[in-house]
Ligand binder design. Sequence first.
Ligand code: XMP
Length: 514
Amino acid sequence: MSESNIENVIVIDFGGQYSQLIARRVRELRVFSELVSYDISLEKIKVKKPKGIILSGSPYSINTNDKKYIISKEIFELGIPVLGICYGMQLIAYMLGGEVTNIGTNEYGKTKVKIDVKSPLFDGLQPLEICWMSHKDSVSALPPFFKIIASTPNLPIAGFEEPFKKIYGIQFHPEVIHTPSGIDILKNFLFKICECSPKWTTVSIIEKEVNEIREKSKGGKVIGALSGGVDSSVAAILVSKAVGDRLTCIFVDHGLLRSGEAEQVEKTFKENFKINLIMVDAKQRFLSKLKGVTDPEQKRKIIGTEFIRVFEEEAKKIKDADYLVQGTLYSDVIESGTKNAARIKSHHNVGGLPDDIKLKLIEPLRMLFKDEVRVLGIELGLPEEIVLRQPFPGPGLAIRIIGEVTERRLEILKKADLIVVEEIKRAGLYNKIWQSFAVLPAIKSVGVMGDERTYDYPIVIRAVASEDAMTADWVRLPYKVLERLSSRIINEVDGVNRVVYDISSKPPSTIEWE
Ligand code: XMP
């Protein structure tokens, strides 16, 4: 996808929390963008022939680390425009003869920035813009030939440029929504400075992916891992387009799914798509592996490993099958820990894979973000019910049951979750919310029902708004909806006597509880 015939802008990743978001924003502007590690060789960069290079932020300090997180100076001599964001800007300063210092105060949050609207990077912007800052270090002296294009009262050099070589740096983050004109800054960089044209679309990859899958599977049999979520469904349809009935999909019901989900998947894929589909009931197997396990990472690993084992067993029954399709997304790949970003959670599709996996993987969505997969799904004719379904984690309800997963606790959570889905849909909010679900904590509290004392579980309701799951804000659900949720869950779900609402954003929380 990143060959030289497709215009692309690479984002060099130094482990910043927003690195992936930068690539996503560039793609939203219809220019293909790929995240590459900071230690990519100069040769590889040249092969990709990028029209622009963006240097990401980073948790590291150019002054205190062992100078590992730097790049070849020759990158600045390729004649390719460069935009450094936050750490990326400091890196430019450090490498080209400026100075970076820690002024002692961290700057964090929305800040009014005075900008030089004559700079092509800020074309069309106002002289004073609200920008999102998040940094400790800052540039204290310009490299030769650079000039200041942005400043704040605390930060005299909040942006700089070397227009002749087309090298730009900004201390703030244009990729986050808290910088309202951020998208215009990126547009200016892409279209005015790098001279890209907005041609790339998600749909343009269908033919290429289909050909690649056909080529890769070389007439062999392919097994699709179907979960019923949008990712694995789109991956399965793409593969079925490529290999026809050489594809057999396997749906592992690990028992950790939402109420009615397995039945719905069977109906959709067998009836609408005529795809060979094997349903495997592995509920007891997963439950027994999870018995007594309370550690979140251990749960994830067990489920990921077991999932693949079940697949391998089924694969053996299908003679000559040696490929496995997975709906792994770009965000899964990156969040599972590129070597730069800190590992937050092992994602089921990636981090949980055993080392000795016997099937070769086909991951047609590995380069795509979630919303791009949705566009592809509609294009491929998948029903909206699947395409617009809220994301659901691979390890399923196991990571929404804090503590041990038992049949009884699963039953409680499934019932509560179904009510959440029903009520959120009834309020017309389902497609407006990124995710809304129930969580079952490992505590009990005292209540009173009728004249009886109860000592039961609470249910936590979590509803978040997000664009890509990298950051999220809790949804201000109307009181009426919260009231209905509370009264229905307490009345209808045996074993629950309290409902609470999670009002945490990501960061510092995560969307899922484990
Ligand atoms: P967190 O909890 O890390 O979740 O903020 C971000 C998004 O990822 C989903 N998620 C997963 N998806 N396998 C998946 O396919 C997983 O192991 C997994 N863990 C979390 C989560 O639902 C949210 O949308």
